[in-house]
Ligand binder design. Structure first.
Ligand code: GDP
Length: 195
């Protein structure tokens, strides 16, 4: 699906470290522990590509992966650490704002939301930032295997209600389970279809 190499390229801590913006780029954002590393590993088909240990308080990097020769997948640091030092959070927020508002090749953000928890205030903060930056975003529900079919309606209703307030939100949701492989092929083809 992604012709060429799928691999880790580099970790970036400042705008000056970004690779040339000559590829189509999508980014993944989400609260820490939402299942972002697992999803990146599943989408890329590489079991240990994204480091599964996003240790709180560790240096926050924007991680670039090549998705074949034409695309980058960008892993934004997980947000919402309860105990992260203020200075770390502020530095990260500044970089995030610069990145989202200043990256011409960024086509879409995927905002990961845990199926068990729905959209939390901290997710809405990111969504508001994406609105302001005019970056279209699409919600990816993770860990779908953790909820029962009877819980889907309430989850989808909550998510749709919240998204209605965000002009940059893309209406179609993606339901995934990295554990069961559910929705992974769909997400891959969505990414491959972004031009
Ligand atoms: P990150 O902090 O967002 O990168 O999250 P990780 O990918 O490290 O996952 C956090 C925890 O959720 C780990 O214990 C994973 O095994 C678990 N997890 C991730 N994806 C799934 C999933 O699809 N289903 C289930 N049941 N657990 C998952």
């Amino acid at each position: 699906l992604f012709a060429g190499e799928v691999d880790f390229l580099k970790g970036v801590v400042a705008m000056s470290g970004l690779p040339a913006d000559d590829r189509i780029e999508v980014c993944f954002a989400g609260r820490s522990n939402v299942g972002k590393s697992s999803l990146i590993n599943a989408v890329t088909g590489r079991k240990a590509l994204a480091r599964a240990s996003n240790t709180p308080g560790r240096t926050q990097e924007i991680n670039y992966f090549t998705l074949g020769d034409e695309r980058y997948l960008v892993d934004l640091p997980g947000y919402g650490f309860a105990n992260a030092p203020v200075a770390v959070v502020e530095k990260w927020q500044a970089l995030l704002k610069q990145y989202l508002s200043g990256r011409a090749s960024l086509r879409r953000a995927f905002v990961l939301v845990d199926s068990r928890h729905g959209i939390k205030p901290v997710d809405e903060e990111i969504m508001t930032l994406l609105d302001k930056s005019a970056v279209t975003f699409q919600v990816v529900l993770t860990k779908a295997d953790k909820i029962k079919p009877i819980q889907y309606d309430a989850l989808l209703t909550q998510v749709r209600e919240k998204l209605a307030k965000h002009p940059a939100a893309y209406p179609e949701l993606v339901l995934t389970s990295s554990e069961k492989g559910e929705g992974i092929a769909n997400l891959r083809s969505i990414i491959a279809g972004i031009g």
